[in-house]
Design a protein around this ligand. Structure first.
Ligand code: ZN
Length: 252
């Protein structure tokens, strides 16, 4: 059994949930993009194993409602199916994005995570130094590094800095040319590894778009090979790690 720690089910056809369950995916986390998603909440009520997060993605700040931060705080405080704040962070890969605005939103949402005692799902592309500066005051949160693409030294810095940090991997790491991440994979503690699809984005090499959560067993199997681990053992390991990261049983 697997948990897709990051899938945008609110951007996919609903039938993909059943399809994924039949393929062995028992749990799903739907991250927020523009704060709170009504569709994500509805899906979490309707399907066992489906949970969601609330958060403003660094590249969608201008599209989020003005009240987004207040709503994030309220939903995270009150809704038991909301299990994290995310996806939040910095995206300095996109050159014309407003970096100061990103930093301010990131900080505000870390504050909310602290107040509501929720883990954070991190979207980070470049901006590693700024990430370390901002999180300096938030060392005791649980960090889930979505589609981690940093180098080994950065992974080491995070492990040293935070009491609790997880690294989530998906299709980019199993690409034939993914050398850098493989180095990271071999050197992080096994109890920090999660798996994800980030569907509908990032389908595995040779798979058609959109990516879907039922591709996760394929991705996880290839990842298990990278770790030199038995398929079932690797699946069980990431299942337990994900439950621990989100403090969620993924039932009911
Ligand atoms: Zn995402």
């Amino acid at each position: 059994m697997l948990i897709d720690s990051h899938c945008h089910l609110d951007f996919l056809k609903e039938k993909e949930i059943e399809k994924a369950k039949q393929s062995g995916v028992a749990g799903f986390v739907i991250p927020g993009i523009k704060g709170y998603s009504h569709i994500a909440n509805k899906l979490s009520e309707k399907y066992e194993g489906v949970f969601f997060a609330v958060g403003v993605h660094p590249l969608f700040i201008n599209e989020a409602p003005k009240t987004a931060l207040q709503t994030i705080y309220e939903v995270a405080s009150e809704n038991p199916n909301c299990i994290a704040i995310g996806e939040i962070g910095l995206d300095f890969f996109v050159k014309d994005a407003d970096r100061e605005l990103q930093k301010a939103f990131f900080k505000n949402q870390l504050e909310i995570a602290k107040k509501t005692k929720k883990p954070v799902i991190i979207h980070l592309r470049k901006g590693y130094k700024e990430f370390l500066d901002i999180t300096e005051k938030f060392r005791d949160l649980t960090y889930i590094m979505h589609m981690f693409s940093g180098k080994h030294d950065f992974a080491k810095a995070l492990l040293k800095r935070f009491e609790s940090v997880y690294f989530s991997f998906g299709a980019p790491v199993i690409r034939s040319n993914a050398k850098k991440s493989v180095e990271v994979l071999k050197n992080i503690p096994k109890n920090t590894i999660l798996v994800e699809t980030d569907s509908p984005d990032l389908p595995p090499e040779g798979f058609k778009s959109p990516n879907v959560p039922s591709n996760l067993p394929y991705i996880a199997e290839k990842l298990a090979e990278k770790f030199n681990m038995d398929r079932e053992k690797f699946f069980d390991l990431t299942f337990e790690n994900t439950k621990e990261a989100f403090k969620c049983s993924f039932q009911g």
